[in-house]
Design a protein around this ligand. Sequence first.
Ligand SMILES: [Zn+2]
Ligand SMILES: [Zn+2]
Length: 346
Amino acid sequence: MFCPECGATDVEMIDGICKNCFLKKFQLMEIPENITVTICKHCNAKLEVGKWKDEYIPEEEIIYRALERNITISDLAENEEIELEIDQMRGTIAECYVEAVATVLGEEVVETHTPNVKINYSVCPDCSKRNAGYYEAVIQLRADDRELEDEEIVIAEEIINRTLDKQFKKDKLAYIPQVAKLKEGNDYYIGSLKSAKKVVEHLKEEFGGTTKESPRLISEDKSTGKGLYRIWIALRLPKFVKDDFVKYNDGIYQINDVDGNRIQVINLENQDTIALKWREYDSIEKIEHLEGVQKAIVTSKSPNALQILDPDDYSPIDLEMTEKLEKINIGEEIDVIKIDGKIYII
Ligand SMILES: [Zn+2]
Ligand SMILES: [Zn+2]
């Protein structure tokens, strides 16, 4: 046997020629000279087969990934190591250097290429919507029968921002193009309905309250006849806040804590803490126009009762002994409130 290319005899033959001649012709890797990547100039999302994906990846990383994706290594290569470098940027073109080292038929082979990666800048649909101030939903933050408190707005906005930040990782329309401060409350415009619903869910967990959705037809797709809707979601925070006094089932209660699951109240008759369901909201009546908290002095104490003096006319009032009252001693002043002429300890 001899090699028809170089005439060498007694040598290992591959594909009809000697190993030396084979390795001389051998191509370790294939990579196009010019590679083009289309990315969104706002979010760096990459356009691939009609789909935008992988946003917020640094441009260098996009170039390296484009090189990697376009490299084909010969099946004969073993232990291959590939080094990628960006030599320089010329406008939107990255001049790159690719070096591959591998073992082929027991010999070390080194091969270098200098491909160009051209970046085409475009704008992805989500970013164009965002730039145009597009929104799918409006959250109307209100309070039932009262004005929102400043602190409620601060907490609500923290929840809104935190939720949208989190949502943004999977929903690029999780943004607020506009906030409208109105006399009756604040309107938060939200890019996507999905993220708006998430925000409302979290606000409700914190504050409780009731929600109402009203879709409004914005336009109609003439070809399909399908309507494009925007959804207004009104979140109405409860009429009462912590420490307010309420009437419920003929009893007098003080609001202790409110969240999305329940309304926790203290029964002023016996100081028991109970949790009311949200479906009972309408039967809870807020007591307005209170004269306020007064001080009353304790004049006597027995195992069954505590006697105090009415702060208005100093007439003695006997209160049934409870766990809370047991801790109070004669001569002490305690906070009381008068509701419908009756005195309650708070
Ligand atoms: Zn040969
Ligand atoms: Zn984008």
